[in-house]
Design a protein around this ligand. Sequence first.
Ligand SMILES: Nc1ncnc2c1ncn2[C@@H]1O[C@H](COP(=O)(O)OP(=O)(O)O)[C@@H](O)[C@H]1O
Ligand SMILES: [Mg+2]
Length: 362
Amino acid sequence: MIATNYAIETKGLIKRYPTATRREGGGYGRGFGGSVSSFGNIFGVLKRKKGSYIEALRGIDLQVKKGEVFGLLGPNGAGKTTLIKVLCTLVIHDEGSAYVNGIDVKKEPGKVLKDLQAVLPESRGFTWRLSGRQNLAFYALLYGLRDREAEERINYLLELTGLKDRADDGYQRYSTGMQRKLLLCRALLRETQVLLFDEPTVGLDPTSAMEFRHLLRDRLAHEEGKTIVLSTHNLPEAQDICDRIAILDRGKISMCDTPEHIRYTMSDEKILTIILVDAEYNVKQETMLNTLEKIPGVHGVTPELDIDKKLARLSIRVQKDLILSTILEVLAGYQLQINGITTQEPTFEDAFTAITRRRREE
Ligand SMILES: Nc1ncnc2c1ncn2[C@@H]1O[C@H](COP(=O)(O)OP(=O)(O)O)[C@@H](O)[C@H]1O
Ligand SMILES: [Mg+2]
């Protein structure tokens, strides 16, 4: 452990996932594996190995201060979930280092988890027939809280999240927003200094989403002094509660700044979404992505893969005045079939948030 002011610190973090196109003699390997010399073979294997991996994180340097509310903002496929999973020790990174309160996540995962709790959207594990309170009591037992301690903590958390009045209703009768709050209660059963949230408001209606965000900011960050990292693909959300925001594009942080600065930069951008037909994701496409990234006026390119690891979409942040044909020419050069293009101005505040904020200020 090293003494540090940072709740989270990563250096050159790289994570690779194997892709589905890992066929013997197929795809990229064919052109390189055929060499007769043994050196050529080793070379081929290495090349093929590289070709059959996707780099979800491509060298992340991140520093989150203690007590900060920090946003990871990026489109689908940018690497947000992977980064959060590395920090909560569910995914092991390939290169670089990551520390939570100065503790190495790879070397001492158990110790890291004493300080940190992640809330992932896919986690459920509540029993439908039990009440919210009973579900929490079950987890309190699992976490080793003593009866009295558990009861007090559960009452406190139900009050904190506004679930108290419905605590004894069956979980099956909870709305999506209430289920999310119960998940938060469960995450808070153990007192940890650092909390990670992966897309915490996805699927919530605007009112519940805002309520949930403000619960994180006002109660957990401001009153309890917790460090909060949350991922989102929604700029207004990040802007609403974060002290700082990092923009993630294809596994790299392209910008890390205050919401005001991020907003200023992005107000000069538009976001292109290009829908592709049945494109394989391989080393050739990676070259294509690198080429796109180098076009002046292109700020970030993120490929979105579908479930069978095919390249389904590209999300590209560009300067507002960029002529799109420069991008289309590159895609055409790689024989990519385009099925649709949408352009979108980044939204800074939906009307709803703007109105409620005005009311709060009055
Ligand atoms: N378990 C996995 N196996 C293979 N590829 C994965 C896996 N998880 C994520 N990926 C790929 O890694 C990249 C980053 O994914 P992810 O971290 O889920 O991004 P985000 O949360 O920003 O949408 C994507 O291209 C995705 O397809
Ligand atoms: Mg994700």
